[in-house]
Design a protein around this ligand. Structure first.
Ligand SMILES: [Ca+2]
Ligand SMILES: [Ca+2]
Length: 162
């Protein structure tokens, strides 16, 4: 009888751990709504940051609502790097901003100060410290921190499999 009880306790423990994996984000990633986010500790060009996110099975963040933006602004304020790349670019048509992952035109915008003001020399979107992490158009070649985003259920599957 003791052995049976041990097996049941062990099974419950395994089951609980499994449930936590299925519901959460990978270690180092933070959950908000249906997404998991990673705010990088290192700085990269926008293009390299985009590739790094893809290798982590994610994309540079698409910030599509005030709620998502406020959450990421607060995280950026906590970590406090100068800038955080997100997925938006106007590299194809000047001043037409799109999310690259979806190809969608950006509808929710949160420009800081007089942004966007860099014209052809600023084609990548960053949360910018000088504007309280409202948005700025910056040179895509500059090394900045960055934010990756992926769906929480995909991240959970990645954990269980990995
Ligand atoms: Ca998003
Ligand atoms: Ca531009």
């Amino acid at each position: 009888m003791k052995t049976v009880r041990k097996i049941v306790v062990l099974w419950l423990l395994c089951f609980t751990i499994q449930i936590q994996l299925i519901q959460g984000c990978r270690s180092g990633w933070i959950q908000h709504g249906d997404s998991c986010y990673l705010l990088s500790k290192d700085a990269e060009s926008w293009g390299d940051a985009s590739i790094i996110c893809i290798t982590l099975l994610s994309r540079l963040a698409a910030v599509e609502s005030a709620d998502e933006n406020n959450f990421l602004k607060a995280e950026a304020q906590r970590l406090h790097a100068q800038g955080y790349w997100i997925d938006g670019t106007d590299v194809e048509v000047e001043n037409v901003w799109r999310w690259t992952a979806s190809g969608d035109k950006i509808s929710y915008l949160n420009w800081g100060g007089q942004e966007p003001n860099a014209g052809e020399s600023g084609n990548c979107l960053a949360l910018w410290r000088d504007f309280g992490y409202q948005w700025a158009d910056e040179s895509c070649h500059a090394a900045r921190n960055f934010i990756c985003e992926m769906r929480a259920d995909v991240d959970a599957n990645y954990q269980v499999v990995g």
